[in-house]
Design a binder for this molecule. Structure first.
Ligand code: ADP
Ligand code: MG
Length: 863
């Protein structure tokens, strides 16, 4: 029979801290702390295998019973006390603990091993009846609710009545006090022994009444009941729901730890608390947490009293105030011990820890350690600082941070130096700042955004039909709804800024305006103003403020530890990371965020930006069309030149005008229709693909002329011309011929050599089928999902790999990249470790996510 009960304490442990599967996280942590010689009360852990057997057969396996008896005897010997012995009674806690932390989802029973005889002699012996009966009533209520399955309320009511009696005796007028207020005025520690003894008697009466049996007075029976209850709590409704939500297997089971009690409720020099070795919200390296004097562990979590801080609050250099209620001030020795074990445990466990401790008559004990949960910001700082302290390698630090979590750190924030005019205050529903033109409908938002215009979607409130518009807009502003309104929830989900519930605005869809109460400095509504569609506003989703006009933003997120971590990520990743950016300012931001090129520069906006000719390029007669294109050429040339200058030395993939977008924003604007063969009719005139070829030729000419010009200025230029998704294979070769001819005309004449490449965007689902054929005419492929992507496609890696292999068979030097939503999605990137991508290209604010995720994929592929 395999060993299933593992002793710990007394400077050693039978179980291996590695065996989290057997001991659970809590049991493994206790074993590790014991092995380190830390002050842990002794005990033993019954393994998860016993739990599984118990749940299957509804009884404890005989061998586990025997091992438990033996371990209990050993515990009694080490503790110098025996379960149920009224001379020297051993009290134990019976604790649950699964392989992964499931906070508060399972049960624990404290102070097991008491009956009337044990308590009355303890009361005499310790000379503290109050302590003895306080411990008794805690046990009775906990055992009755957890092991016997009774409701909590009757027990709470009895305690409340006792509190009320104490208040009356103190002369307090408590008729108007509610239970919470009463608890605050009469804390547990102020309820005297006689009252607590009466409470215990009443508790036992409740149990007899509700179950028909007396409360079990045999401490061994109590222990077995408690162990059974802990195992059964694995299948309790809370634990079951939690597992379903977090994908934790149902068959892991929980371990059960039986441990000698230490008493934080013994005296005023006793206490209990929780500590983080580093601040879980900022990551700062300093003890952080809470404690309660004269209390037991569950009091801190249960919010019975407001816990006190661990660290003293003090001004620079000054001593803490005498009124300071920190552990540091009140129990300095215990605090120092806490600091010592905190740094020791961090060192051994190589991560920030979350600790539970208890102090009994001034003596410090550890009861639990585990990996501390932390905010995204803290996870970055902790990983970087621990690497810099030498506790982790840089690679390990890179692997420690979840790329999905850092998204929230990248939101641009308003430049604090900038002058701004506050228009209104709403709720900070989704962080980040955004500037754009007001639009009042989701379709309008999508249309304008498709033309490259930054818009803010303004709605009274949003509904599911608005989601497309919210995605297309830079941010959303609503007049109604709270922090959990549709707008707020969706915005946070898609990572876009949102200010919700701005009550000082009124949205009028009929007139496409919004009325606004102008605020002065103190937020008083003074003047009424009206904004209309197209007016520019700035919203700050982090503060809930709405400003007039464009307010410059700053990105502080990439500085400090975050920048350092990404630098380390850059040095290990093998896939290059580029950005999707359409304009020179976006290119600048892309470089700031670490882009190694532009993987997708869309050109649609170059046709539609304010004042530029739109419909004329679709003119029916070839003459008018060519005249319009001739007018656009210098504008395009200038746009490209700006972009090339920004991206000096880095590749820029320019996607020629997409026919599908063309149709949406061109023909649709004229009330035209699209035919199945790809031609479209507008105003009754059929336009052939010739129009596209002419437009593309103009664009290529603009690109080459700009490239030659910038190269002449001494800046290296690497243009990559990309055909959009909509093309067929034959067309790619045809366009290539046009491009090559233009290159001969424009680049060969250039005094400075300009290299360019020509490639195609390919839909991922089609990729394996068309790759070989397309590679004959393409220097590179850029995989795209085309439509708004479904991330987490399990076939993604395989499809890309097959297409890359086939493409490279036709053209060995073929470069392959990935753009679209997958390229900024951590789950997809994690799955792309080894598929041979040269680069991924994602949205600006996803760049750091992509840098980190590709680095992690490379590190995992290495391992
Ligand atoms: P949870 O998993 O819900 O945190 P625990 O088993 O850790 O449950 O116990 C709940 C509380 O009781 C914790 O604050 C813990 O520190 C305290 N506790 C557990 N065992 C003991 C013990 N042997 N002595 C004193 N306090 C204990
Ligand atoms: Mg705990």
């Amino acid at each position: 029979m395999e060993k299933s009960v593992f002793f710990f304490g007394d400077g050693g442990a039978e179980g291996s801290p590695e065996r989290v599967d057997l001991l659970g996280g809590k049991g493994a942590g206790l074993a590790e702390m014991s092995l380190l010689g830390l002050p842990v009360p002794p005990g033993f852990t019954i393994s998860t295998t016993v739990c599984k057997a118990f749940l299957a057969t509804k009884k404890m396996p005989e061998s586990a019973r025997r091992e438990t008896d033996a371990a209990l005897a050993r515990l009694e010997a080490v503790a110098g006390a025996r379960l149920g012995d009224s001379g020297a009674p051993l009290l134990v806690s019976v604790r649950s603990g699964a392989r992964v932390s499931m906070p508060g989802m399972m049960d624990t029973i404290l102070n097991v091993g008491q009956n009337d005889a044990v308590v009355s002699s303890a009361s005499a012996r310790t000379q503290s009846a109050r302590f003895a009966y306080d411990t008794y009533r805690r046990f009775l209520a906990m055992h009755a609710t957890v092991a016997l399955g009774l409701r909590k309320e009757p027990f709470e009511r009895v305690l409340e009545d006792a509190r009320a009696r104490v208040a009356t005796a103190m002369g307090m007028d408590q008729a108007h006090l509610n239970a919470e207020e009463l608890k605050r005025r009469v804390p547990d520690a102020h309820i005297p022994a006689e009252e607590l003894a009466a409470v215990a008697t009443e508790f036992k009466a409740i149990v007899r009444e509700e179950t028909g049996h007396a409360f079990p007075s045999d401490p061994r029976e109590q222990l077995w009941q408690a162990i059974a209850a802990i195992f059964a709590s694995w299948n309790g409704p809370r634990a079951t729901a939690y597992r379903a939500m977090h994908g934790i297997p149902d068959d892991w089971g929980t371990a059960c730890t039986v441990q000698a009690m230490v008493f934080g409720n013994r005296s005023d020099t006793s206490a209990t608390g929780v500590a983080f070795t580093r601040d879980p919200s900022t990551g700062e390296r300093a003890i952080y947490g809470e404690w309660l004097p004269n209390a037991q562990g569950e009091d801190v979590v249960a919010g019975i009293r407001t816990p006190l801080p661990l660290r003293a609050v003090r001004r620079e250099g000054a001593a803490a105030a005498p009124s300071d209620e920190s552990l540091e001030t009140r129990m300095p020795d215990a605090y120092l011990e806490l600091c010592r074990v905190a740094s020791l445990l961090e060192q051994c466990r190589r991560d920030a820890q979350d600790l539970e401790f208890t102090i009994e008559n001034g003596r410090f004990y550890l009861l639990q350690c585990r990996q501390a949960k932390r905010a995204a910001r803290a996870s970055v700082r902790i990983a970087v600082e621990m690497a810099n302290e030498g506790a982790l390698s840089r690679e390990e630090a890179v692997l420690r941070v979840d790329p999905a979590a850092i998204d929230s750190l990248l939101c641009p924030t308003l430049d604090p130096q900038a002058k701004k005019k506050l228009l209104a205050q709403g709720l900070p529903a989704s962080p980040g700042a955004a500037t754009g033109q007001i639009v009042f409908g989701p379709d309008e938002a999508e249309r304008r955004a498709g033309q490259g215009v930054a818009v803010i979607l303004v709605r009274s409130e949003t509904s599911p039909e608005d989601i497309g518009g919210m995605k297309a807009a830079r941010g959303t502003l609503t007049a109604r709804g709270g922090m959990t309104s549709h707008a707020a929830v969706v915005a946070r989900g898609i990572g876009k800024p949102c200010v919700a519930g701005v009550r000082s605005i009124a949205v009028h869809y009929d007139t496409q305006t919004m009325e606004i109460g102008l605020c002065d400095e103190v937020g008083r509504l003074t003047v009424q103003a009206t904004l209309k569609k197209g007016d520019v506003i700035t919203i700050d989703g982090g503060s809930g403020q709405v400003y007039a006009g464009a307010v410059p933003t700053v990105s502080t997120a990439l500085s400090g530890e975050f920048g350092e971590l990404l630098g380390w990520a850059d040095s290990v990743r093998t896939t290059r990371v580029r950005a999707n950016a359409d304009t020179a300012p976006e290119c600048r931001s892309a470089r700031n965020f670490g882009a190694e090129g532009i993987g997708l520069c869309r050109t649609e906006h170059m046709f539609f930006d304010g004042g530029r000719i739109q419909s004329k390029i679709l003119a029916e007669d070839g003459h008018g069309r060519r005249a319009a294109l001739a007018e656009l050429l210098p504008l395009h040339r200038q746009d490209f030149a700006h972009i090339f200058r920004e991206m000096a030395g880095l590749p820029v993939t320019i996607r020629l005008l997409d026919a599908s977008l063309h149709e949406r924003y061109g023909a649709a604007a004229e009330g035209g229709v699209v035919r199945s063969d790809g031609t479209f009719a507008a105003g009754g005139v059929v336009r052939s693909r010739d129009a596209h070829m002419e437009i593309h030729a103009m664009q290529v000419r603009a690109i080459f002329e700009a490239a030659a010009q910038v190269a002449r200025e001494g800046t290296r230029v690497l243009p990559e011309i990309m055909m959009p998704l909509s093309i067929g294979e034959g067309e790619l070769a045809k366009t290539r011929a046009v491009v090559d001819a233009l290159a001969e005309e424009l680049l060969d004449a250039s005094p400075v050599t300009v290299h360019f490449s020509f490639g195609a965007a390919i839909q991922i689902p089609d990729a394996p089928r068309v790759a070989g054929e397309l590679a004959l005419a393409a220097d590179f492929f850029s995989f795209d999902t085309g439509s708004p992507a479904r991330t987490g496609d399990p076939e993604l890696g395989a499809r890309i790999e097959t297409a890359a292999v086939q493409g490279r068979r036709a053209r060995p030097a073929l470069k392959v990249g990935l753009c679209g939503e997958h390229a900024g999605d951590p789950t997809s990137l994690a799955a792309l470790g080894n598929v041979g991508l040269d680069y991924v290209s994602c949205d600006l604010y996803r760049l750091p996510v992509a840098r980190l995720a590709t680095a992690q994929a490379a590190l995992r592929a290495r391992a």
